[in-house]
Design a protein around this ligand. Sequence first.
Ligand SMILES: *Cc1c(COP(=O)(O)O)cnc(C)c1O
Length: 223
Amino acid sequence: MSEAPIRLNSVICSIATAAREARRDPSSVTLVAASKGRTAQEIEELIAAGQKDFGESRIQEALAKWPRLIARHPRVRLHFLGRLQSNKAGEAVKLFDVIHSVDRRSLVDALAAAARKSGRSPTIYVQVNIGEEEQKGGVAIAAMPALLDEARAASLSVEGLMAIPPQGLEPSPYFALLAKLARRCGLKGLSMGMSGDHREAVMLGATMVRIGSALFEEEAAQI
Ligand SMILES: *Cc1c(COP(=O)(O)O)cnc(C)c1O
């Protein structure tokens, strides 16, 4: 028998426990299953166990896997989590309901043009380079408000901010900073927290956690 329902349940419980500790309603946190590199079969098992939101990180892989899965499971909500090239904006807008990684003006323009053309308007998260790291995706903290204005002016529906804290450092200060930036900008969505740090993220206000290994891998299930 598949272990998927057990792993899913364990992650849901962990999120709910952190939410209650922070006196938050557990239903205010959406679990996004990060399914990059996972097979359609593995994904089907999670859907059968009740999971509805899935996130992918590469357009080509998503195009190969998801059109058939969505045809079979039309209620699934698909999120894009990875770096998005502007020339893939058209495909992204057609396939995804939420895009978490909008981090520059050229991408805002490409998504706005693609949305006009296709008549589909995905929900947008602006990704912030919260640790100010060289190689990391995300807009610089200081440049975020201007990018947000541009996205709003382009009629994109921006719901919140997304970030991945620097590896190997205590994540909580970065989650707290992202929450503060979102509050200042009047944004209610906070996409933060992965398998290893979702409890801290939920304690600090995450409304979406993006979880891969804890949902799909045997050893990671003991969280
Ligand atoms: C893969 C991925 C995740 C999930 O990471 P895990 O550590 O496996 O939970 C979350 N966010 C992004 C952007 C990812 O690419």
